[in-house]
Design a protein around this ligand. Structure first.
Ligand code: GLC
Length: 450
């Protein structure tokens, strides 16, 4: 009897947060639309757009709440028209978008019932999130929310090593009893709100953990509990990897390298995993008026191709202005990408890394569409007449320029090529290219495989 009682007490003390159970095939199925889409829009928008010098301005400049408050008191994006944003994204060829519902500054774009620090209480006076979700959905894009785990406004959020007031000893001392459990409740409530009041949410980007001394991680966010709730509310949602649950099965859906190009398909424990790289046009996520390191359209198109050639997705960011517009520099780039995509999206959607037995020719990137069984040769530097493709001969039945579907003739040639360190006889296929490259940002040759 006593043993039974002990057992009951023991069992009731163990938390049964049901682990997320899913086979690899089920996960692939859940993520299929996303892997096909390959290209999305990230939007970083908050009151920091007014400072126009990085979304981290509050903490970079060690501002007090009072100093930062002016942005909230004056925020009035009078030109905001999310239909224009959605059209710009769609025309660029993007298939989904991810919006910062709340960034680290703590300001909420939606009419959350858990805070006053929200769009409806600014001079603008209206919910900014709902019309955006509707506008993007109407253009056929899938919906993703970014929600910052970090919060530099919440009064119970403990000061840490990246908090705006970290260097103020007196402030730290006065605030040392901040109660993280209250913040946890707020965080969980807001995520629940976002996942219950806006219909189907396709992606969730929770940002970010920085465990260790004076940092925050899974215990601070109650990550496992939070994720269990997310999966329960939106079973098909695709979740990023910043909850500090990398070692937990089902703790993340995809890896998120940012601001650099991975050298190869991102791997975890030697296995290729789904990945999405988020990138900026110019080094800042939030609108930054005086930032001049804008990437050229060609760099951006190449970035998209390279990402897909390594099996990844590209989430490309715009930081709208505080008037609610995409500035000209962003628009120019989105339009240029759209122009290229209009003729070449077949080499992006549904594509992935080419099989290893098709080595990458000089100055080219390869993508591969498994269902169509076609290889796309993205020619970064147009060669003079001959483009040699080792290992391709006998494997191609037809070749054409993708931009105008004009035939590219080819010839075979016996040659030696390297395979796993061994010298191997193989046949090289030589494409006979026109001397003049087609007038597109990056020319693409479509190879129909046998
Ligand atoms: C970093 C930054 C943040 C940005 C994010 C995008 O985590 O803190 O400002 O939102 O990267 O992935």
């Amino acid at each position: 009897m006593r043993t039974l009682l002990c057992l009951i007490i023991f069992l009731s003390s163990v938390s049964f947060a049901a682990p997320f159970q899913e086979t690899e095939a089920q996960k692939q199925q859940r993520m299929a639309w996303w892997t096909d889409a390959r290209f999305g829009l990230f939007i970083h928008w908050g009151t920091y757009a007014m400072a126009a010098r990085h979304e981290w301005v509050k903490t970079r400049e060690r501002m007090t709440d009072k100093e930062y408050e002016k942005y909230f008191e004056l925020f009035d994006p009078d030109l905001y028209n999310p239909k224009e944003w959605a059209q710009a994204a769609k025309n660029a060829g993007m298939k989904y978008f991810v919006i910062t519902a709340k960034h680290h500054e703590g300001f909420c774009l939606w009419d959350s019932k858990y805070t006053d620090y929200k769009a409806t209480n600014t001079p603008y006076g209206k919910d900014l999130l709902r019309p955006m979700v509707e506008a993007f959905r109407a253009e056929g894009l899938r919906v993703g929310f970014y929600y910052s785990l970090i919060d530099w406004h919440h009064p119970e959020y403990p000061v840490d090593r990246i908090h705006p007031r970290r260097d103020d000893k007196e402030f730290r001392e006065k605030n040392k009893d901040r109660d993280i459990t209250q913040y946890q409740e707020y965080l969980h409530n807001q995520v629940r709100e976002l996942l219950t009041e806006f219909g189907t949410i396709d992606c969730l980007f929770l940002d970010y953990s920085f465990p260790g001394e004076d940092g925050k991680g899974r215990d601070d966010w109650q990550s496992e509990k939070l994720l269990a709730m997310v999966r329960e509310l939106q079973p098909n949602v695709i979740v990023n990897d910043r909850l500090d649950l990398l070692d937990v099965p089902g703790g993340w859906d995809f890896r998120t390298p940012e601001q650099f190009m991975p050298r190869e398909w991102v791997q975890v424990d030697g296995q290729r995993v789904p990945w999405e790289t988020c990138q900026t046009f110019s080094g800042s996520w939030g609108y930054y008026r005086d930032e001049y390191t804008w990437k050229s359209p060609r760099q951006l198109v190449t970035m998209l191709i390279e990402t897909v050639s390594k099996g990844g997705n590209l989430l490309l960011n715009v930081g709208p202005t505080a008037r609610g517009t995409f500035d000209d520099r962003a628009m120019d780039r989105l339009e240029a990408m759209g122009e290229w995509m209009k003729l070449h999206d077949r080499s992006i959607y549904g594509c992935t890394q080419a099989p290893d037995h098709f080595p990458k020719p000089d100055n080219c990137l390869l993508t591969y569409h498994p269902e169509l069984n076609r290889i796309y040769v993205h020619v970064l530097e147009w060669p003079f007449k001959s483009l040699h493709l080792d290992g391709f001969d006998g494997k191609v039945k037809y070749a054409q320029l993708l931009n105008d579907a004009s035939e590219v003739q080819f010839a075979s040639r016996r040659g030696a090529w390297m395979d796993e360190g061994k010298n191997k006889e193989s046949q090289t296929l030589t494409l006979q290219l026109p001397v003049k490259a087609p007038d597109v940002t990056v020319p693409v040759i479509e190879l129909f495989l046998q």
